[in-house]
Design a protein around this ligand. Sequence first.
Ligand SMILES: OC[C@H]1O[C@H](O[C@H]2O[C@H](CO)[C@@H](O)[C@H](O)[C@H]2O)[C@H](O)[C@@H](O)[C@@H]1O
Length: 611
Amino acid sequence: MSDVPIADHALLSDCHTAALVTRHGSVDWLCCPRFDSPSVFGRLLDDDAGHWSIRPVGAFTATRRYLDQTLVLETTFHTPTGTLAVTDAMAVGPNEHPHGHALGNGAPHMLVRSVSCRDGEVRMRVRIEPRAEYGLLRPLMSHVPGGLNIRGGPEWLMLSSPMDLACADSSAYGEVTLRAGDELQFALHRSTWGLEPARIWSQEEIADWLAVTVQAWRAWSKLHQNYEGPWRELVHHSGRVLQGLTFRPSGAIVAAPTTSLPEGVGGERNWDYRYSWVRDASFTMEALWVAACPDEAGDFFTFMTTAAAGAIGPDYPLQIMFGVNGEHDLTERTLPHLRGWRDSSPVRVGNGAWNQHQIDVYGELLGAAHLLADKISEMDCDMRAFLVALADAAVVRCREADHGIWEVRGEPRHFVYSKVMCWVALDRAIGLADRLQAQDRVPVWSAARDEVRERVLREGWNASVGAFTQYFGSADLDASCLMMPIVGFLPADDPRMLATIDAIADRLTDERGLVYRYRTEGGVDGLAGEEGTFLLCTFWLAQALAEAGRVNRATEVFERAAGYANDVGLLAEEVDPATGELLGNFPQAFSHIGLVNAAWSISQARHRAAL
Ligand SMILES: OC[C@H]1O[C@H](O[C@H]2O[C@H](CO)[C@@H](O)[C@H](O)[C@H]2O)[C@H](O)[C@@H](O)[C@@H]1O
């Protein structure tokens, strides 16, 4: 059973795909060549699904860090006889664009692992077990000068290795003793069929790829990261994590690089997040506006315009998520041969939410377009028509029931958050009307905006609960109502908003003060089992408190949530209320988005308070 704590993993990314490395030097997750491709290393989900470990033989302790301003990981193993450092990266290639805009453009599809003995001597062991197609395939392995040829199914990999590895049973294995100053470079290179064959690289070439990758991340960070408020390092790091979740070729952004890390240990709430949700990706663009001044905004809106392919109209709502190249059909299936992390099954690929009706997406997309309008240098006529169509759709869709932000697998309802986001869609479209050359639409958009607002105020407020609730007529609290002041639907100090914030802080939190998105008892969302507290929602609470001028409480809540970041600053989606362990897909864009936005709101609130 695979049971390494979720928090024990660190992220590597080349802006095409990602790898996760454990604290003990094992690459336990790697999908090639895209985020949503089948895994080659999948031990995260099953012991037999493949891994690549490099670690000392015998006892050790390990410490880790990302090299300054990068997503290049350094793990230092301390042993009784000496110290070994392993530096891991997905090579991103040179970042030569004058605005540092091209991070990942020249990625060679290569995982680089550089080992160096820092002092004393250390006996080190390498073991590689590639298992393509989520662990189904045991590849052919053969020796070639300088490494191994690894072939099976869709994968053709070359391992450059300075050690002679013994091959047996589709695994390769070796041990060596390193002394202070010794260095070894390894690289796993993937062939792109018919385009660029994989090859063996020399020790110098691999060291160069690593140096270029460090330099490219630093160049990107230097050019993009201007945030100077509180928690600067955490915000900058979150910006890099969000950048690492972008798919460079298309401009798509994934919600997380993993599938099926559970929201409750042993439960069925296991989903595939390796896709580009309109909602998550729009929020990511907005957070990058704070954390990293994205000049990728144009790419993202081009991706959205292309992926949605103009099919928005009376019969075609906007699809809520896409594959990283804009694919529409993300039909969900299970992988019964995988046991799942800590036996949490089923393991799913694809996502059944792909054809759900969720009307909040118009607001998230137009909200991001409004915030980033100045960064979208070329708003061509297709993009303008697309954004106008979104606002026109919101006019009609705001009256419909939907599955809501939480993608409930039960009956559609009139969710308060969905209506509020329709209000955002119309409000921001009105603000963009000149750029969209759509002044003639403003009267229709304004009338619909006022209608939906009036409905939320009337039907979304529950006087006996003393708060805005989950859907019209509901008595249940829902943390997404914290977004109402954040998007400017109502001022945070409006008595109804203050009452809602207080109700959520008092009644929708666990003993640690972390926020649940809603109560799951009784399967109200159409699913069995419980889940953890939701980090994004906890950051929303901090943000709403900051907006309401309660800066000290906001700071307290922020620090509580940010305190769950692991040793290398990464957050999963949720926290287990019983154990405090991170749960859910990892690292999760939502949580890092929440961290960035809450830090920004608190910095603004402190500034206002100081005036
Ligand atoms: O709660 C059930 C749903 O859980 C997942 O959705 C969550 O993740 C999405 C990606 O981050 C996010 O956009 C959504 O707001 C979250 O509720 C899952 O993807 C759904 O299929 C599932 O129904």
